[in-house]
Design a protein around this ligand. Sequence first.
Ligand code: SF4
Length: 416
Amino acid sequence: MQTYEEKFNRSIQNTFFTKLTQEEQSFLHAKACEYRFSHQEIKQLVDMARDITLWQEGSICDYFAEHADKRVVLKRLREAYENLRNMPNSYKTFTPKIVAKEQKYTFKTEPKEGFGLGLCPVASEKTRCCNLLTLDAVESCGFDCSYCSIQSFYNQNTITFDSGFKEKLLNLDLDPNKTYHIGTGQSSDSLMWGNREGVLDALFDFARKYPNVILEFKTKSDNVSYFLQNEVPKNILCTWSLNTPTIIQNEEHLTASLEKRLRAARKVADKGVKVGFHFHPIVVYENYLEEYAEVYATLLEMFDPSEAALVSLGTLTFIKPVIKQLRSRDFHTKITQMPHADASGKTSYPLERKKEMFAHAYESFAPWHAKVFFYLCMEEHSLWRECFGYEYATNNDFEREMLFSYTQKLGLEFLV
Ligand code: SF4
């Protein structure tokens, strides 16, 4: 007959129990023995304890209400945990416990199997999607955004370049009578490595060879020296992921500050390269709308709509592996401290909250409506009409409108 102690020790395997403080471990062990928690209950308590620490909301010991009935204890604890989730986050007293100031990377260049060009990894018919093709120019990113799903795919400290990248690009068999939209910046930041291993040379040559390809470089860096020092083909777009200083400082580790990103975008636009801006994820916290409004207003001041091809809006969506990855890390984040609602099989904010943030953003850019292409990234169909006042019937319609708008802005022929 298995003792409860043995059962407890088996239950904590494959959990983050050892990531908890000694005090929390002894506390949970004592309570488990006292209330005879089940395997599932123990796992849930460990995850809750881990989250409360990540969110810097004290310790699970602070939320434990004594009661003779186990069900009451668990009910009250879950309620306290959900309250933490549902209350608007505050970063006032938050310290992100940043990972190493200077990240140490191992660079590898090796022949890679296949070629990292394919449909956007999160595209779906369940959401209104633009059918973007993503190109993995480099594997793994040197930045460390706490909400990013890449971290669950790659080893973060090993940056891999494909020694056959240039040839594969130039040997791509694309239809010359069709406009393509290809984006880099999903598997790694597009510009943070500069022209290391000739990756930007290869991409610029690719853009020159295929004028029917709209090649988008998405970045959170200010490393635009290559763009400033080289002639930029007109079918190239340079876009920045932007966020409020609060989120950049607390959740987008090692990335360029908002100011640096905007200054870099201004330099590139001054050179006549079309730019664009992605607000993804828009994150909810105390006074978030006011802080985002300031960023939107700065963009309207700094750029003319003729210089910007796009503004995209999106928010947090989580898949289980990323939440698990976050719980395994030794840092603090408030990014998962949010009310989780189902979003096409992932979790995200409830629809009402999304309407609030997206409608606010779109209204803030009223001077750019009809002059710049706006879109919701990976969002429910219904949100388009609610927030923009219009919607596309299919992903192909969305894609066609986007490509037409971009080709007009870039001065390219629109080929369908
Ligand atoms: S809308 Fe966003 S998620 Fe969907 S295909 Fe386009 S870039 Fe990818």
